[in-house]
Design a binder for this molecule. Structure first.
Ligand SMILES: [Zn+2]
Length: 438
């Protein structure tokens, strides 16, 4: 990369400045205004481009390229989850300790916002013009499934933009990602499970706790939940998972290699065995159910006339929300339990591994030669799902190296990014932009 404005100290201090603005999703809008104004100051060339306000406080920025035939969208989100847990440093301090910047949002996802801005700012300073139109979308409400990303999709549609590919957060250059594999795996999400919420409600006799009757709403709900806890939807081994196993095969301990190398032929056995490897492996191949909220009586001496539970469902590629409802009703075996879908999201379409994927892959190989590049199915939801309606190739990848400890700090305490890893991420985004084909 040419020198441009990518001065070493400035890069770090700009990231710290953004982390110190606590844009928790439900924060006062003034906090987001502060962030947006600060970004305008820190990245003046980026913000001299056409910038449209999207949703409440998201932005869509248009960087015209030499061609508008194959536009690309780079996405990241400005909001962060609350700083829960016991932090070793104040969560919005952005302190640098042992070569890492600590703070909420360093990995999820302000680090990407800043890295994308650094890459574009320095490219513009160097007089670069991308071969294709580049759109940046920074949403303000990803963590609360807000309006920003759907509004960005609507705005792009209104302008007749059909992206060649979309790149959002998701996978990373993950260390210790697979038992037995010592090389980091750069996982690129080709699809994501659908996040769906069910409500289970039982209504019946309430009353005074001194004259209880058997099998009231609370007990019927409890029985339903106990049965739901045993539900295992059919296992699926979708193509991205098969390809992931195939690609990491050479790095696995020798006895496992024949299994993963021939994974497509032994898929039925693999789908039976994978759940035995633990909850994470089980979540890779099937729809999961997590019973989250519970409501019943508000008082010790009152029997609830209504009992209700919330169930968070992650719908596997290959299943649908309708399949889920059918399976839940069947396992519960009680028509008195009303099953309602309160939020429905189908799994996202699977992006093809064609030229756009290969471009991302090549850039990863150049900047992270130590890593194995592989596709995967993302378990969590991202804003990019809202762009699958206007784009066939939606990839979920953050170009940062992350240890296992760092990955588990996302949405928890002690989130932090390595300073060198952050710099490499900036270079990666810049390489991606410079590698867009004419
Ligand atoms: Zn995120």
């Amino acid at each position: 990369m040419a020198a441009g404005d990518l001065d070493e100290a400035g890069v770090l201090s700009r990231l710290q400045t953004l982390i110190r603005i606590p844009t928790v999703s439900d924060a006062d809008p003034a906090v987001f205004d502060d962030l947006l104004a600060t970004m305008r100051d820190l990245y003046p060339r980026v913000h001299a481009l056409e910038t449209v306000r999207i949703g409440r406080q998201g932005v869509l920025i248009h960087w015209p390229g030499a061609s508008a035939a194959r536009p690309v969208v780079l996405m990241a989100h400005l909001d962060v989850v609350p700083a829960v847990g016991e932090w070793s440093v104040p969560p919005f301090s952005a302190e640098v300790i042992d070569g890492q910047v600590w703070g909420r949002g360093t990995l999820d996802d302000k680090g990407s916002v800043a890295a994308i801005c650094e890459a574009v700012e320095s490219a513009i300073a160097d007089g670069a013009v991308p071969a294709q139109d580049v759109w940046l979308h920074f949403g303000c409400d990803e963590e609360v499934s807000g309006e920003s990303a759907p509004a960005a999709a609507a705005e792009l549609t209104r302008r007749g933009v059909r992206p060649w590919f979309v790149l959002d957060e998701g996978g990373a250059v993950a260390e210790q990602a697979f038992p037995g594999v010592s090389a980091p795996i750069a996982v690129v999400g080709l699809t994501e499970k659908g996040t769906t919420t069910l409500s289970l409600t039982v209504t019946g006799e309430g009353g005074h706790a001194s004259v209880p009757t058997r099998n009231g709403p609370t007990v019927r709900l409890a029985k339903a939940l106990t049965r739901l806890d045993t539900l295992a939807m059919p296992a699926h081994l979708p193509e991205p998972t098969v390809e992931l196993l195939r690609r990491i095969s050479p790095y696995l301990p020798a006895p496992l290699r024949p299994i993963t190398a021939n994974i497509d032929r032994i898929a039925p056995a693999a789908t039976r065995l994978l759940p035995l490897a633990g909850a994470e492996a089980a979540a890779m191949i099937r729809t999961t159910f997590a019973i989250t909220t519970l409501e019943g009586s508000p008082a010790h001496n009152v029997i609830a006339s209504t009992a209700r539970a919330g169930v968070n469902v992650r719908v596997m590629v290959g299943d649908s929300v309708a399949d889920v409802v059918t399976a839940v009703r069947k396992v519960i075996r009680d028509d008195g339990v009303i099953v309602e879908v309160t939020e429905a999201n189908e799994p996202s379409p699977v992006s093809p591994m064609d030229d756009a994927f290969e471009l991302i892959e090549t850039c990863v190989e150049e900047l992270f030669p130590e890593a194995v590049v592989a596709p995967y199915v993302m378990m969590a939801a991202t804003d990019s799902r809202f762009l699958t309606g206007i784009c066939e190739r939606v990839f979920r990848f953050t170009p940062f190296r992350m240890s296992k400890a760092q990955r588990s700090a996302i949405h928890a305490a002690d989130e932090r990014i390595g300073v060198e890893d952050y710099r490499r991420g900036i270079t990666w985004y810049r390489r991606l932009i410079e590698s867009l084909p004419a």
